[in-house]
Design a protein around this ligand. Structure first.
Ligand code: PEP
Ligand code: MN
Length: 338
């Protein structure tokens, strides 16, 4: 439920309401707006006699949140969230582009690719150090050595980093290197992992599960948020359908639906969504035109020799061309691109 405080509520009154709610077993999340403060209260409302709260000084109203996800809902927070990753803002007017290879393979090519995607306009560098592969015999990633290479690439390029964590035991380590922790599609409902990244304060890139509904996806976000980490960026990466022409089917409708029901930013990953570099250009433009806040694009300097996902990776010149072509699309929908 949402406790709406009156315009004139003092900080002390807000604190008192939060204290009362937490004494009653609720988790509270105050949202300080320009005019009003609202307090999201999450817990078993059967335990609450709402009269205790509604009569407290400074309380204007108590409004139930109808959706099963609460902290992620636009009912709780009407203003769209902007996730600030060390000065790179995701969800604001600028389209945030994350790019890089599927996996970190070695230092030289990773840094070389990082410089190229940065020069083309990407602000955030992606790369996998822990790879969740369908086959146990496929390349599994360089693990901590990969994280060290990423950190070096950040020093060289000044970019922010996004990389995936696949195991609760590695959350602290991965969070100590990266700027955004990625939860992959296969782990979208790994609730222990979601809680663990919820306890870290690092922004989380939450990919949509292979066959997850939008509601299940937002419930996964809720797991992270319920632990106190509200810095979530959703990523549509295609879902499994009966169509086999592409690796997955990109769900463009997820963009306006998420914008309607949630305040969280949403980006699109056309690389994993289609599995083919040939479709990445068209779908990137489609995603920006549809209202996505950013893109996650796989780029490899030599896709033919890539250890992972070469077939869906753009070469750096094609990526640079795409960035140029995206500018008028972004402008047409009132956004900007660096
Ligand atoms: C990835 O981004 O490296 C990845 C494995 O993607 P997904 O979890 O969407 O399959
Ligand atoms: Mn990949």
């Amino acid at each position: 439920m949402i406790i709406v405080m009156s315009n004139s509520a003092t900080r002390e009154q807000i604190d008192n309401v939060e204290k009362k709610l937490s004494d009653l077993g609720f988790r509270t999340h105050p949202i300080f707006g320009e005019i009003k403060t609202v307090i999201g209260a999450i817990g078993d409302k059967r335990l609450l006699n709402t009269h205790f709260i509604s009569t407290m000084p400074g309380v204007e109203a108590i409004v139930p949140i109808m959706k099963p996800y609460k902290l992620a809902s636009r009912e709780l927070k009407q203003v769209s969230s902007i996730i600030d990753v060390g000065g790179v803002r995701i969800g604001g007017s600028e389209i945030a582009v994350m790019a890089g290879p599927c996996a970190i393979e070695n230092k030289e090519t990773f840094i070389e690719t990082a410089i190229k995607v940065r020069d083309a306009g990407a602000r955030i560098l992606r790369g996998g150090a822990y790879k969740p592969r369908t086959s146990p015999y496929a390349f599994q990633g360089l693990e901590e050595e990969g994280l060290k290479i990423m950190a070096e690439a950040r020093n060289v390029t000044g970019m922010k980093l996004v990389t995936e964590v696949v195991d609760t035991r590695d959350v602290e380590l991965v969070a100590s290197y990266t700027d955004i922790v990625q939860i992959g599609a296969r782990n979208m409902q790994n609730f222990r992992l979601l809680k663990e990244v919820g306890m870290s304060k690092k922004p989380v890139l939450l990919k949509r599960g292979l066959a997850a509904t939008i509601e299940e996806w937002l419930m996964a976000a809720e797991y992270v948020m319920a632990e106190g980490n509200l810095n979530i960026i959703l990523c549509e990466r295609g879902i499994r359908t009966y169509e086999t022409a592409t690796r997955n089917t990109i769900d463009m409708s997820a963009i306006p639906v998420i914008k309607e029901v949630s305040h969280l930013p949403i980006i699109v990953d056309p690389s994993h969504a289609t599995g083919s570099w040939k479709y990445v250009n068209a779908l990137s433009k489609g995603a920006v035109a549809t209202g996505a806040d950013g893109l996650l694009i796989e780029v490899h300097s030599d896709p033919c020799t890539a250890l992972c996902d070469g077939q869906q990776s753009l070469r750096p010149p094609k990526f640079a061309q795409l960035m140029q072509e995206l500018k008028p699309v972004a402008e047409a929908v009132g956004r900007t691109l660096k």
